[in-house]
Ligand binder design. Structure first.
Ligand code: IMP
Length: 198
């Protein structure tokens, strides 16, 4: 079956990651821009990843009437009491870029031996039947340095012990198989596939 899906994100990296996974499965994926929604930027004032994801899927659903999928994600560092957490995209203030933010985390972690961290992604799906959420987590460590390469955001400082590499050192295909976003997406796909059967 072909599904139409609006992706409630302005983040080009995330749109590409999600569209790459969904398009081969017969999904007709559109970004807000594709749908003529040029200023899609709902206020993310929730207190959790799930609340923020729901705010975004609900907002795009109200505008377009299409089944809408939103992602809220971030990096959670144990020794920093969960920071950057839901503030991952704006950690340290709006003047910083992705690299500055990652380096800020490294700086705060400079004398800390507990390097445990995880990426979390909550996908929120809103359609006429209701609103649903799907969570994915990938555990890792904050590395010792900024490792240039692929990916975006905090990938260059996120070390995956199982792969023995930073997320910036793996391909997007490898990342999709194990990442927080990949895991949440698999849960979403299982939900849709089971629902289509009934
Ligand atoms: P939001 O979900 O758009 O509010 O922002 C999530 C932020 O978390 C992004 O801007 C990134 O900084 C970070 N983030 C989320 N997922 C990833 C990832 O897969 N790799 C690196 N950083 C990520």
């Amino acid at each position: 079956m072909n599904h139409k899906l609006a992706l409630a994100s302005g983040n080009q990296h995330k749109i590409i990651e999600l569209a790459t996974l969904l398009s081969p499965l017969g999904w007709d994926v559109s970004s807000p821009k594709d749908l003529g929604v040029l200023d899609f930027d709902p206020e993310e004032n929730g207190v959790s990843f799930e609340e923020n994801a729901h705010i975004k899927s609900q907002a795009l659903f109200e505008i377009t009437g299409l089944p809408s999928l939103a992602d809220d994600s971030g990096l959670v560092v144990e020794a920093l009491n969960g920071e950057p957490g839901i503030y991952s995209a704006r950690y340290g203030g709006k003047a910083l870029n992705d690299r500055d933010r990652a380096e800020l985390v490294l700086e705060k972690m400079s004398n800390i031996s507990n390097r445990n961290a995880y990426f979390i992604c909550v996908l929120s799906f809103r359609d006429p039947t209701g609103i649903y959420s799907f969570e994915g987590i990938v555990n890792g460590k904050i590395g010792s340095n900024y490792q240039e390469g692929n990916g975006f955001g905090y990938d260059p400082i996120f070390f995956h012990p199982g792969l023995n590499r930073y997320f910036s050192e793996i391909s997007s295909e490898e990342k999709n198989k194990i990442s927080h976003r990949g895991i949440a997406l698999q849960k979403f796909l299982t939900f849709i596939q089971n629902r289509d059967k009934t």
